[in-house]
Design a protein around this ligand. Structure first.
Ligand code: HEC
Length: 128
């Protein structure tokens, strides 16, 4: 009985050290996949754009209810602080820069926006 128990414990010890490694490997693979899909999604983060309804007010190249993304990109092209300022504005809001109408907050646009997603969106806008 004791030997069998000891054997069982030993057998389990043989197996257990492998598992966390598998879990770690799976986690690494999963985050690599996520990074890869993010990188692929970057030229046009369409899911985010849909979820935040960006194209409800903006177009890529013609002023609509809001300045076009091309106008915005042109305005900030030589401003090294624009990326951070616009990420903040997308997440938290701020003073209007184009007229009297400020942009609605993320909650009003379709839900909270993470810093990573704000970064992705502003990189995309400024690339126009
Ligand atoms: C309900 C309309 C509306 C929606 C939806 C909207 N915007 Fe805007 N956006 C505006 C208006 C209006 C302005 C001009 C505000 C101003 O004068 O700063 C603006 C300005 C901006 C600016 C320039 C801000 C500045 O300070 O110069 C950026 C960048 C921007 N929008 C990106 C986005 C992105 C990305 C989305 C989607 C996540 C989005 N907008 C969704 C209306 C909207």
């Amino acid at each position: 009985m004791f030997t069998r128990l000891a054997g069982g414990v030993r057998a389990r010890r043989d197996v257990v050290p492998v598992r966390p490694r598998h879990v770690a490997l799976a986690a690494i693979l999963a985050s690599l996949l996520l990074l890869a899909s993010r990188a692929l999604a970057q030229p046009e983060p369409s899911a985010l754009i849909d979820q935040q309804h960006c194209m409800f007010c903006h177009t890529n190249d013609a002023p609509f209810l809001a300045p076009s993304f091309q106008e915005i990109a042109n305005r900030y092209r030589d401003d090294p602080r624009a990326q951070v300022m616009l990420e903040h504005k997308l997440r938290v809001g701020g003073r209007a820069h184009w007229g009297n109408m400020a942009m609605p907050s993320p909650a009003e646009r379709g839900g909270p926006l993470s810093p990573e997603d704000a970064h992705t969106l502003v990189v995309w806008v400024l690339r126009h």
